[in-house]
Design a protein around this ligand. Sequence first.
Ligand code: UDP
Ligand code: MG
Length: 335
Amino acid sequence: MPKVYFVIPCYNEEEVLNETMKRLSRKLQQLIADGKAAEDSRMLFVDDGSKDKTWSIIQEKSGENKYIGGVKLSRNRGHQNALFSGLMTAKEHGCDCVISLDADLQDDIEVIDQFIEKYMEGCEVVYGVRNSRKKDTFFKRTTAQGYYKFMKALGVDIVYNHADYRLLGSKALDALSEYREVNLFLRGIVPLIGYRSDYVYYERSERFAGESKYPLKKMIRFAIDGITSFSVKPLKLISNLGILMCVFSLIGFIYALVSYFMGVAQSGWPSIICSIWFIGGLQMLGIGIVGSYVGRIYSEVKQRPRYRIEKTIINGEPDKEEEAGENDKDGKNAS
Ligand code: UDP
Ligand code: MG
C-alpha cells in the first residue's frame, strides 16, 4: 500500500480551510479503510505566508487530527513555490506518492482513487485534466484556452486543460528536486521529467467559499513566466520581424527612388513620421522582450532560495523549524 501525501497550498484560505480539511480527511480515511493508502498517509497544508487565520487553523486542527500536517513559509512566495515546498517536505518524509490540490477543492476529490490506481499500475506522473470549462467565466475560459494553444505554438510541451492537480511518484519527485529554477512553472517542468504517465479526467467545480487568490495581475505574471521559462521563440520572432522590416524598408526605398525619377514624388512627411514611430515601437517591443529574458536570467543566476520554511508540523507535533528552500542547501546563496 502506498504512503500517500496530499499537498495543499493555502493563501488566506480561512473561509474554506475547515470544510476542506473535513472533506479531505474523510477521503483519506476512506482510502486507508479501502486498503488503497497506507495508514501513515498524511495531508500537508502549506501556509504561503497568509495574513489571516490560516496557520492557526492548521495548527489547531493538526492537534486534533493526526492526518493533518502543516508547513508554514516565512512569507508569501506564490502558489508554485508553496506547492513545491510542500512536495519537497513530503519527499523528505518518505512518501511513495504525492497528490497536489488547491485549498478550494475546485478539483473533484472523488477521482483520487483513480490517481492511486494509475500509480499502482506503474505511472510516476498522473495528470488531472478537466473535461470541460463550463463553470469558468467566459474571460477565464477563452484566455486560458488561448494560452494553452499559444504555448503549444511556441513549442512548449504542456498538458491541455491540466493545472496543478496531479499525482507524482517518489521517482518523479526526486527528478523534480533537481530542477533548480527560481521562476517556477511546474506544469511546464513535470512533462520534462519523463517516466510513464497517464491522465485522469474530472469536472472542475466552482470555489465553494472565499474568492480567487489569483487576481489578473498574478495570472499574467504566471503566464509570462511560463512562456519565458520554456521557450526562446519570442526572441527568434523578434529577429524575424526585424528582417521583415528591413525588407519592407528596402522596397519602400526603391519605390521612393522610382517615383522621384518619374517626377511623381510627394512631399511625404506623414509617411516618414509614421514609419519612424512604427520602427521605434517595434524596437521598444524587441528590447522589452529581450529585457524580460535578461531579467529572468538575473533572478536565476542569483540562486536565491525559493522559499523558507518557518515551521513544520507532522503527526500533531512540530517537526522542524527554520529550513531554507532547495537553492540554499550549500549555504552559498544566503543573500
Ligand atoms: N495560493 C497560494 N499562494 C498564492 C496564491 C494562491 O498558495 O500566492 C493557493 C490558493 O490558496 C489555492 C491555490 O493556490 O489553494 C489556487 O488558488 P485559487 O484557487 O485562488 O486560484 P484559481 O482557482 O482562482 O485559479
Ligand atoms: Mg481555485
